[in-house]
Design a protein around this ligand. Structure first.
Ligand code: ACM
Length: 530
């Protein structure tokens, strides 16, 4: 008998006794409602479980409180959910706007905020309620984790598909829960970025920061400066072919991300980290001479020419085109490691460029060195220091935060996903130290930076720099399991923070990653099953 036929027979046997909403058999221990990453705000277990069967329907409200477009979005979320469930269950799972029971997705007023949801599971069905589609989408991610890990496989599995009874009420601690992918040091194509977006969505991450330019490559087409991408993007670290996103590619990434409630945050790193641009256009250099393309891993050797007007014409054109391509709120202008720019020039440059970003309707984000210039009102500073960062530098960032600059926390010795886990990790770097899974998780964003008010903290972002990474497998090995911890720091209430319970919830992700083909680091700190 083939394996496929075997599982079809198993399914048929299961289905024959479970049409409708039959109670789950005693042997089917459902995942406890609180075994979810990120930890939900509140979990109330109890009541009968729900079992998805071949008779289950996915119900979307025909009217409800949702607008016409809201209900279209609810249907798209239902299609996303059935896209996960159909291949592994083998069930039809029709989407319908009438009937009772089943899995119901519903928009309604409630204490959910822009991204929260309630999931109620009982013998009659599962109801996901949210006041905005993003909340339903996040609730769907929770539902995935409450089903057996085999639900993530793309071939029919035996089941049963039981969800424990009870209620999850959930909403995020922070509105900004990000991951950054460095597509400059090594280029990653659209399909690879989409794969990462799918992985971010699993953990309710809602911002994808794309590091689109650096010394080693310019990765986004700019019509008004046409050599940037085809020439400036023609190589990468180690001398490989590099690459870039056409505008259509970038729009496709934005669209794919938006369908998963992820906002794309594009970064053009300036005034340092600009060799690819300087190599593409001699006039951007103070001496009028273009340097060669660069494929090494040094930092801090390049600078746009701050005194030249053409520099600001260039920046205006790039930001105008990128802002027009980007529906999201933010545009990141880098500002880190400008070691070849004098302090005075740095301040001049950052203070002149920020208004260009606001002129094109975007909110400025900069690496935290931006606080050494004058952050414009509303700007966010992304802190990437470490324990050893000088008190003066920390105080400068804290002072800006006291004066209204919002903070995104990306401490390098906590959530830089490219840091090695241990000295034996083959990929990655170690300039910020070794970052174990526990170390990555065990800190509190709200009280992290001395002197910075908790209210200034807008969220957490886990950057992944790609000097040593060339494939999706490389990305995943460095990101998992630490990405899940960063996601939890961004989403879960501080009161849920506890390594000993986290590591058990994290261990339960292992079989899911196996099912999804994610090759993760099996840290000895985590009690993996099997
Ligand atoms: C950085 O790691 N240079 C932001």
């Amino acid at each position: 008998m083939t394996r496929l036929l075997g599982s079809l027979l198993l399914m048929a046997a299961a289905g024959a006794t479970t049409l409708g909403a039959a109670p789950a058999p005693a042997h089917a221990a459902a995942t406890p409602l609180d075994r979810v990453v990120p930890a939900p705000a509140s979990v109330t277990p109890g009541g009968s479980p729900y079992r998805i069967t071949r008779g289950t329907r996915v119900r979307v409200d025909a009217s409800g409180s949702g607008s016409a477009s809201g209900s279209g979005e609810v249907r798209r979320i239902a299609e996303y959910l059935t896209g996960v469930l159909r291949p592994s269950t083998g069930y039809r799972l029709p989407i319908t706007d009438h009937g009772t029971g089943g899995i119901r997705l519903r928009l309604a007023e409630g204490p959910f905020g822009a991204e929260g949801y309630r999931l109620h599971s009982g013998s009659a069905g599962i109801t996901l309620t949210a006041s905005a589609p993003a909340g339903l989408f996040h609730g769907v991610q929770t539902l995935r984790q409450l089903l057996p890990a085999a639900v993530e496989k793309r071939t029919v599995q035996p089941g049963p598909w039981t969800v424990a009874g009870g209620t999850v009420e959930d909403r995020p601690r922070y509105g900004y829960r990000g991951a950054m992918l460095d597509v400059s040091r090594h280029f990653f194509g659209v399909a690879q970025v989409k794969r990462y977006i799918d992985q971010l969505a699993l953990y309710k991450i809602n911002e994808l920061h794309l590091h689109l330019s650096d010394d080693q490559g310019w990765r986004i087409a700019v019509d008004s400066w046409p050599r940037l991408a085809p020439y400036g993007g023609s190589t990468e670290v180690g001398g490989g072919p590099g690459g870039y996103y056409t505008k259509a590619d970038y729009r496709e990434i934005v669209r794919y991300a938006a369908a998963r409630y992820v906002e794309v945050v594009p970064e053009i790193d300036m005034p340092g980290h600009t060799n690819a641009a300087l190599a593409s256009y001699p006039e951007l250099n103070c001496d009028g001479t273009a340097p060669p393309l660069y494929t090494g891993t040094d930092v801090g050797f390049s600078s746009l020419c701050v005194p030249k007007q053409v520099t600001y014409d260039f920046v205006d054109d790039v930001i105008r085109e990128l802002a027009a391509l980007t529906p999201g709120r933010y545009l990141h202008i880098g500002g880190d490691e400008a070691h070849s720019t004098s302090h005075a020039d740095y301040v001049t440059f950052m203070n002149r460029v920020q208004p260009i970003v606001t002129k094109y309707g975007k909110t400025v984000i900069g690496w935290h060195q931006l606080t050494g210039a004058t952050p414009v009102p509303g700007a966010l500073a992304q802190y990437w220091g470490l324990d050893g960062t000088s008190a003066a530098e920390k105080a400068q960032v804290a002072k800006a935060a006291q004066h209204g600059t919002g903070l995104i926390l990306s401490p390098a010795d906590r959530v830089y996903l490219d840091m090695k886990y241990s000295k034996d990790t083959k990929l990655g770097l170690d300039w910020a130290g070794l970052v174990s899974v526990k170390r990555s998780y065990d800190w509190d964003p709200g009280s992290y930076l001395p002197g910075a008010p908790e209210s200034a903290v807008k969220g957490v972002e886990a950057p992944l720099w790609s000097e040593t990474l060339t494939t999706s497998a490389d990305i995943e090995y460095m990101a998992f399991p630490r990405l899940a911890g960063a996601a939890e720091l961004g989403w879960s209430p501080a009161a849920t923070h506890d390594w000993d319970t986290y590591k058990v919830r994290l261990a339960a992700q292992g079989p899911r990653w196996d099912a999804l083909g994610i090759g993760y680091f099996r840290s000895p700190e985590v009690p993996w099953q099997g």
